[in-house]
Design a protein around this ligand. Structure first.
Ligand code: NAD
Length: 307
């Protein structure tokens, strides 16, 4: 039986990845300190280690269990929190990642698949970002993720540790909370649920590359089999405006939804779309969910959620 560790397996993306791994007959171990995740999301059948990724115990359990693959998703993933507390952000995202790298190395070289982010690019003024484009983050979160990526690169080079770095676009779907990264869909869904207006900054024509959570999960699974040493985008390669998202959600909502336009926020990125051609080639993966169907699934699940 194949063995996988999922750090952050009680969170939005990690819990859904753990579910799929169980379906593929993996023995699944989850490391999570429940700082932003929920115990209720840990799937039945997964072995839960209530630990911090920075701890010696987390490292020891990986060395003892010697997994085939470690999906490293646990992170401080809140941009504004990273600005308020850069030290904590760096501890979790950089020191925590080094701890996981050391564990993989000492465990005999299990593959590490890392969840990274388009936030590493900062405010790059480009319609479609390629992986070769310069990474100049504008938040400590983007910076700590980029630093973690570089530690992974050097572990790969020095010790031939099998690795894949996946930079996600704006992930959305069931279980996303209105906190954390890229959560405009979850923020809008929460507003609709609480009968509040949807606030759009500026003209609402800013675009993002929205990727459905199940497509992120399938990219992680594909990265077990294919690729080694690359950094890849997990995205649709298609821009969708915030206004379009608000429009689709308002249509799904049975009551009248009010849209309010306010001043644009300083530092907000205008357009962000990630070229995914290399990912399709290397991983043999394709994003499958279209935006309308994905938003419908997210809308339905938010109606039954309480955070
Ligand atoms: P999430 O907050 O739902 O999940 C993160 C999980 O990590 C939580 O369960 C939390 O309790 C756990 N965790 C946090 N710090 C920990 C620590 N020190 N030790 C152990 N566990 C810890 O976030 P998510 O949206 O599922 O994000 C998962 C990963 O994907 C993160 O690495 C994030 O940076 C990355 N990512 C997310 C998005 C997005 O749009 N959601 C976009 C790009 C990248």
């Amino acid at each position: 039986m194949k063995k996988a560790f999922v750090t952050g397996g009680a969170g939005f993306i990690g819990s859904q990845l753990a579910e799929e791994l169980l379906k593929e007959d993996y023995e699944v171990h989850i490391i999570d300190n429940l700082s932003s995740g929920y115990r209720k999301y840990i799937p039945d059948g997964a072995l839960f280690h209530h630990l911090d990724i920075c701890s010696a115990s987390a490292k020891d359990i990986i060395i003892k269990e010697k997994p085939d693959v470690l999906f490293h998703l646990a992170a401080q993933a809140d941009v504004s929190r990273s600005i308020k507390n850069p030290q904590h952000d760096a501890e979790v995202n950089i020191i925590g990642t080094i701890n996981m790298l050391e564990a993989c190395r000492e465990a005999g070289g299990c593959k590490l698949i890392f969840s990274s982010t388009s936030a590493v690019y900062g405010n790059l003024d480009k319609n479609r970002i390629s992986i070769e484009d310069p990474a100049l983050p504008i938040s400590y979160y983007g910076l700590s993720k980029l630093a973690a990526e570089n530690y992974i690169r050097i572990y790969h080079e020095l010790y031939q540790l099998p690795t894949t770095i996946l930079r996600y676009g704006n992930v959305y779907g069931p279980r996303q909370t209105p906190k954390g990264e890229g959560g405009v869909v979850a923020v809008f869904l929460n507003k609709l649920k609480n009968r509040q207006p949807l606030t759009l900054h500026g003209n609402g024509k800013q675009t993002r590359d929205f990727i459905y959570v199940r497509d992120v999960v399938s990219a992680n699974l594909a990265a077990v089999r294919n690729g080694n040493g690359q950094t890849l985008h997990v995205s649709t390669g298609k821009p969708t405006s915030i206004q379009e998202v608000a429009g689709i959600l308002a249509e799904l909502h049975p009551e009248e939804a009010e849209l309010i336009y306010t001043n644009s926020r300083p530092g907000d990125i205008e357009h962000s779309c990630l070229n995914n051609e290399q990912t399709i080639r290397v991983l043999g993966w394709q994003p499958e969910m279209n935006m309308k169907a994905g938003l419908k699934a997210a809308y339905r699940s938010m109606q039954n959620e309480s955070f």
